[in-house]
Design a protein around this ligand. Structure first.
Ligand SMILES: *[C@@H]1O[C@H](CO)[C@@H](O)[C@H](O)[C@H]1NC(C)=O
Ligand SMILES: *[C@@H]1O[C@H](CO)[C@@H](O)[C@H](O)[C@H]1NC(C)=O
Ligand SMILES: *[C@@H]1O[C@H](CO)[C@@H](O)[C@H](O)[C@H]1NC(C)=O
Ligand SMILES: *[C@@H]1O[C@H](CO)[C@@H](O)[C@H](O)[C@H]1NC(C)=O
Ligand SMILES: *[C@@H]1O[C@H](CO)[C@@H](O)[C@H](O)[C@H]1NC(C)=O
Length: 361
């Protein structure tokens, strides 16, 4: 994709003293080493924006839990149906998918969701047990893990394999499952922040709402239809924020997305393995005449490629932004730094207490 920033390869963990400080006084487990190796591989080979897995954190997260073995076992058995029922309000669930290195981003996003009073509807799909336990310890009932978990078995050993791809490509399956349970579902990547309540922008009763990832400025009154493909025959709808109603149309779209991901399993292009966004765009294209689609307004839901790159535009459109996506940048620390620079990183100071998770450690 021409608009994507140059890939940036971080080759060393040791360049950052902080990366070791958190693990220096405990035995480094084999799992950690495998995870480190995985992130190194991912960071080098798959530097695509979009998927949180691929942001390549250069520090090791280590969260401890005080949950008892009984409590852990209870959360391991917690199902998506139970969790969705527990968090849903007005028949709506807000979901994100998170692995433990991204807990700070989850917390940052949660602060902004809480400011719009929608935190009670949040369900964290935990990709590893650390996340499952940590979130449910601090905020019981708000995390669920749909096996298999991300661990050395599903990752380091099988990188590039169908099993690994199946793991990274589960997002539409989770969303479909929630639709089949009868809920509206809002999916967000956690490298986002809410500045306003997005629900008031979900106008009409369409099947699926989404945002454009193209940074080109559109007229304020642009069409809400799926944009036409560009010169390469591609659209760049973001798979980062999707709202779906539990309609047949939305289910058809999720099934097509799953199908597109499956048909790309052995694709030559590593890009398809790394990122579910191209498959989502293909699914939108192929189901456009069966599904009632709604493109959200650019000014309210700008791509990071516009918001963080055009100060003039941001000033001109001040007060109209609803969700900001910190994309079009590669690297965990760079993302965090950019949020800092724009006053959108809230977890490090007093604001952390606004999150239902409080301060994480
Ligand atoms: C549920 O819907 C009611 C009525 O539309 C609204 O006032 C309320 O804020 C909604 N609650 C949530 C959590 O969205
Ligand atoms: C991956 O998913 C496909 C399609 O659902 C399935 O047929 C296959 O067995 C899965 N492979 C692994 C290794 O999990
Ligand atoms: C947007 O507004 C301009 C005039 O301000 C008009 O010419 C154009 O047709 C409008 N476009 C759409 C998609 O409504
Ligand atoms: C789907 O993609 C094809 C090939 O790029 C294009 O010709 C067609 O207009 C697209 N359909 C929609 C609904 O965007
Ligand atoms: C930045 O935004 C301004 C104001 O909307 C616009 O005129 C200008 O073309 C934009 N610059 C780029 C590089 O897109």
């Amino acid at each position: 994709m021409a608009q994507q920033p140059q890939r940036i390869i971080k080759s060393s963990f040791s360049s950052s003293p902080r990366s070791y400080s958190s693990i220096s006084n405990r035995p480094v487990s084999l799992l950690l080493i495998l995870l480190l190796a995985l992130f190194l591989i991912l960071g080098v080979l798959l530097p695509w924006p979009g998927s949180p897995l691929l942001l390549f954190p250069n520090r090791v997260s280590s969260y401890s839990t005080s949950l008892s073995p009984e409590a852990k076992s209870k959360w391991r058995d917690y199902t998506l149906a139970e969790a969705a029922k527990f968090v849903a309000k007005n028949g709506t669930v807000i979901v994100c998918a998170v692995s433990s290195p991204f807990l700070p981003f989850l917390n940052n996003w949660l602060i902004t969701v809480s400011r719009q009073k929608h935190q009670d509807q949040v369900l964290v799909i935990a990709e590893d047990y650390t996340t499952l336990y940590k979130v449910n310890e601090k905020w019981p009932g708000h995390a669920v893990l749909i096996p298999p978990a991300l661990d050395s078995k599903t990752t380091a050993h099988s990188f590039g394999s169908q099993g690994f791809f199946n793991f990274t490509a589960r997002r539409p399956q989770h969303l479909l499952h929630i639709l089949e349970l009868g809920y509206n579902v809002m999916y967000n990547d956690v490298d986002m922040v809410w500045l306003q309540d997005p629900f008031q922008y979900l106008e009409g009763s369409h099947d699926a709402y989404f945002t454009d990832d193209m940074p080109e400025i559109k007229p304020w009154n642009h069409s809400h239809d799926l944009p036409p493909p560009d010169g390469n025959g591609e659209t760049y709808i973001c798979s980062c924020m999707i709202y779906l109603r539990p309609t047949n149309g939305a289910k058809v779209l999720m099934k097509k997305w799953i199908e597109e991901l499956e048909s790309q399993v052995w694709s030559e292009s590593i890009r398809f393995k790394a990122n579910d966004q191209p498959a989502f765009n293909l699914a939108l294209n192929k189901t456009a005449n069966q599904v009632d689609l709604y493109l959200l307004s650019q000014v309210a839901f700008p791509t990071g490629g516009l918001y963080f790159n055009n100060e003039t535009w941001v000033k001109e459109t001040k007060g109209k932004h609803v969700i900001i996506h910190n994309n079009y940048i590669i690297g965990y620390d760079k993302k965090m730094k950019r949020f800092h620079e724009y006053g959108l990183w809230l977890v490090d100071d007093i604001h952390a207490l606004e999150s239902p998770l409080g301060k994480l450690q």
